[in-house]
Design a protein around this ligand. Structure first.
Ligand SMILES: [Zn+2]
Length: 380
């Protein structure tokens, strides 16, 4: 059995934030809650969005109390802001955190209760309020994935709400917003997108449809990643990376991911390494680990990422990945990632336990035991 869907409108529009008012009008928005982090809320981008809504006669209120790893309290505050201003719709501008909060607020303002009441898969009762997402990084794919991850501080626990009903009606990809992204963020997000495409393409879930998106994402990443890292205002490269990140998101929405994501989350949690950097740190050794299970996908990925190369074998492919990661400044060791070796070794058992709980372990191309995970952590 195979299921695949992309149930939303994706608009790639350079300068599209300036046309937000007309997109919002198409969705019959009259009064929108704009959700952004405090930095973005003060940026010219938010002003441009507000002016476009003004011109279209759409009222709007800014909710900017969004931090990384957003909490259930943040969702309650956003819900209160939505109700106080009499809003009927949501516009999220930002990375994964703003989009996670927006999805959660979209549920509670319509169906009441707390976001924890909707935890798990398919517990959202019906469509949420009209919702537009404007991603400001090229990486997470949150604009096309049906999950909201919220930290319940009372329980010290990350809860996940998953439902296709959470997907924004419009994902507006405006490559112009990437012009001011710092190089380091561009590298981490681009690496994350590349790992999404690789893990989706190689895992055990059927990839008849998603594989097309993964390979095209890898082709674009091979062509544009270094150029985008070098200049984020290179419009063609920014567009290529933004489309690649969204395509990789569509792919893994259908298939889940693999061992890199399972093992990178604990590293980020314990040592505050950026998600994309933790993925990059793990990718080469896990590609080697998974190579025994390769059914020919590695050569296809190699062709997509490195079309100029005149030679292929697994080792040369992994070496080329290492060189690409190195070119964009992704750390290749605990030392370059500023992680203390002894502190890392001290929590290998705990990180292994956490990694094995990930839903991405079961779909990894090669079967994984806790001892495998420990060995891979220790090898770092
Ligand atoms: Zn990721």
């Amino acid at each position: 059995m195979l299921k695949f869907s992309v149930p939303q409108n994706i608009i790639v529009d350079y300068g599209g934030v300036g046309r937000l008012g007309s997109y919002a009008s198409e969705l019959k928005m009259t009064n929108a809650l704009i959700i952004a982090d405090p930095f973005l809320a003060e940026a010219p981008l938010a002003k441009q969005a507000a002016e476009s809504l003004d011109a279209a006669g759409i009222k709007h209120t800014m909710f900017s109390d969004v931090k990384p790893n957003p909490t259930a309290v943040c969702v309650e505050e956003g819900e209160a802001a939505f109700k106080k201003a009499g809003c009927d719709s949501i516009i999220a501008i930002g990375g994964g955190s703003s989009l996670d909060v927006a999805k959660a607020i979209g549920v509670v303002v319509k169906y009441g209760g707390e976001i924890g009441d909707y935890e798990g898969m398919n517990n959202v009762p019906g469509p949420i309020v009209p919702f537009i997402a404007i991603p400001t990084t090229a990486g997470t794919g949150s604009e096309v994935t049906s999950f909201s991850v919220i930290t319940d501080e009372a329980r010290n626990y990350k809860l996940t709400v998953g439902s296709k009903l959470l997907l924004p009606a419009y994902a507006i990809l405006d490559p112009g917003v990437l012009a001011t992204v710092p190089a380091r963020v561009a590298a981490a997000c681009g690496t994350d997108a590349m790992v999404h495409a690789i893990e989706s393409f190689t895992n055990t879930v059927d990839s008849t449809f998603s594989g097309m998106y993964s390979l095209e994402a890898l082709r674009l990443i091979g062509k544009y990643f270094k150029r985008f890292y070098a200049r984020r205002d290179d419009a063609e490269a920014a567009r290529g990376m933004m489309v690649a990140a969204t395509m990789a998101g569509i792919a893994f929405e259908a298939t889940r991911l693999g061992l890199v994501h399972a093992m990178s989350h604990p590293i980020s949690a314990f040592f505050h390494v950026a998600h994309g950097e933790a993925n990059g740190l793990l990718l080469p050794s896990i590609l080697e680990f998974n190579a025994l299970a390769d059914k020919g996908q590695y050569e296809l990925m190699h062709e997509a990422l490195f079309p100029e190369a005149d030679y292929y074998d697994t080792e040369s492919f992994v070496q080329e990945i290492r060189e690409l990661l190195d070119a964009v400044g992704i750390p290749d060791s605990l030392e370059t990632a500023n992680v203390d070796r002894d502190a890392f070794l001290a929590v290998v058992d705990q990180m292994t336990e956490d990694a094995m709980k990930s839903g991405n372990v079961a779909v990894n191309p090669r079967s994984v035991t806790p001892n495998d995970v420990k060995a891979l952590y220790r090898a770092l």
